[in-house]
Design a protein. Structure first.
Length: 454
């Protein structure tokens, strides 16, 4: 199974050069590795915690989506979606809320920092703190656990949140797992070799310091006027500069090849004036960013295209989230009433599905198919025909091993179908009523789980 890498971007600001170098560029590069399944999403529910300006939220989602796409994110490869388009995430967040100790949240750095600020100001300790901020780590855990991500690349300030996600996952597994771990314990990935850009004033480039160089917004003009504001010392042209201490050089290095950077460094040491140095820096950044900005502007002119890409991303995400949340609901006891009755009478869906099995056959046209039969010998679904038996076998194996994202989704009121990686591979047997169909789908989820464990 490929490594699942997942990360979220809070949509409360406009992307700057520091975001590009520190997060966007490395994440997109990592997503191009062949053994990685990447999940990148816009954490717009998280944005609501800090920002109560609806227009700003709306604008930021658009700008951030356009920025990632313009920078080379391939939505065919990466599952790229908005958190708020996947209702299973807040649903899971509630299930996790109910297994999370309040004391764990009391210890969260972000919450504690706000409390400390209040105490320093002499006001009540929870003054101005909403429950969103308090529960922030639980929603983040739901983001990660919903997709059973193995690796989560984030900034160092997020390390504690990952520890909490592991804690919460473990607690859920322990309470409800009965020998099965529903959740993978995610690992934090802190990029050590990624440049941290200095901002205009030399401190780390960050929205909260108001010292950023805009990435695309405002065009080349905005880039130029920001670079003009980067602080330098007061040495004149002809005087040797301390290149290694220069913010201009540090930023240059993040964009240029080593040989070019060395040449720039030598020139600074030889006395290149700061005005000329800023010009070179602008030109070098523009060489990389100019073409991407053209992509950005083309995308920003067609928000409907971006919307479509995100909707498709949500479909892919939900193909995983929907069947998984069904299992989780079952795990905590949110079952259809008829299923509850069954387990109360001892004939549980679980035990009856233990020996569910796949049966391959050749149909009347000589094509190859397979069926999944429940333990009671009832057909649950039948595959589409395959010309090649190997192909039929491969699809069956994928379903058995759950190597690939598979999902049962409803068709009309009484039918359902099985979709594997976006392709329909089987039709469910029609039921007499919607309720019976839903019950059958629940049985199917359990059958497939046990089959795969067999
Ligand atoms: N909290 C993260 C940040 O501020 C954003 C985020 C939300 C996130 N959910 C996530 C990151 C899940 C990784 C995984 O950077």
């Amino acid at each position: 199974m490929n490594t699942r890498v997942l990360t979220g971007i809070t949509t409360s600001g406009t992307p700057h050069l520091g975001n590009y170098v520190g997060a966007i560029r490395p994440a997109i590069q990592a997503s191009q590795q062949h053994d990685v399944d990447a999940f990148f999403f816009l954490a717009d529910y998280h944005a609501l915690i800090k920002c109560e300006d609806p227009d700003r939220i709306a604008r930021s989602r658009l700008e951030i989506a356009a920025t990632w796409l313009a920078s080379g994110l391939d939505p065919e490869r990466v599952t790229f979606y908005r958190q708020s388009d996947v209702p299973e995430i807040p649903e899971l967040s509630w299930m996790l809320t109910c297994v999370t100790a309040k004391g764990l949240m009391n210890r969260a750095h972000a919450y504690k920092a706000s409390v400390d600020q209040n105490l320093a100001k002499g006001v009540e300790e929870d003054d101005g703190i909403n429950m969103g901020l308090f529960s922030y780590p639980i929603l983040m855990a739901a983001d990660i656990l919903m997709f059973n991500a193995h690796k989560v690349p984030v900034g160092r300030d997020q390390t504690q949140h990952l520890e909490m996600a592991r804690d919460i996952a473990q607690r859920f597994n322990h309470l409800y797992g009965k020998g099965r771990d529903y959740f993978v314990l995610p690992e934090v990935v802190i990029a050590e070799d990624v440049a941290t850009l200095p901002g205009l004033d030399g401190r780390k480039m960050s929205k909260s310091y108001n010292n950023t160089v805009p990435l695309f917004e405002g065009g080349f003009k905005a880039l130029k006027s920001a670079v003009a504001k980067i602080v330098t010392d007061s040495l004149g042209p002809g005087e040797p500069k301390d290149a290694d201490a220069s913010h201009l050089y540090l930023i240059y290095k993040a964009f240029a090849q080593p040989a070019e950077s060395n040449a720039f460094r030598d020139e600074l040491i030889a006395g290149l004036g700061w005005g000329d140095a800023k010009q070179r820096l602008c030109d070098r950044i523009e060489q990389e960013m100019g073409p991407l900005r053209a992509n950005y502007e083309a995308l920003m002119a067609h928000p409907d295209r971006i919307e479509e890409i995100l909707q498709e991303g949500a479909r892919k995400a939900r193909a995983i989230a929907t069947p998984f949340i069904r299992e989780l609901r079952d795990a905590v006891g949110l079952r259809t009433l008829s299923a509850s009755l069954k387990s109360a009478t001892g004939k549980s869906a679980k035990s009856s599905s233990k020996v569910a099995r796949y049966v391959s056959f050749r149909d009347e046209d000589g094509q190859f198919r397979f069926r999944l039969m429940s333990a009671d010998g009832i057909e649950l679904f039948c595959s589409v025909p395959f010309a090649d038996p190997k192909q039929a076998g491969a699809v069956m194996r994928d379903l058995q091993q759950q190597q690939a994202a598979s999902v049962a989704r409803t068709v009309g009121d009484t039918g359902f179908e099985i979709v594997l990686e976006g392709r329909k591979v089987a039709d469910g047997v029609e039921s007499e009523s919607e309720a019976m169909r839903d019950q059958k789908m629940e049985q199917l989820t359990l059958a497939m789980r046990h089959e795969s464990n067999a």
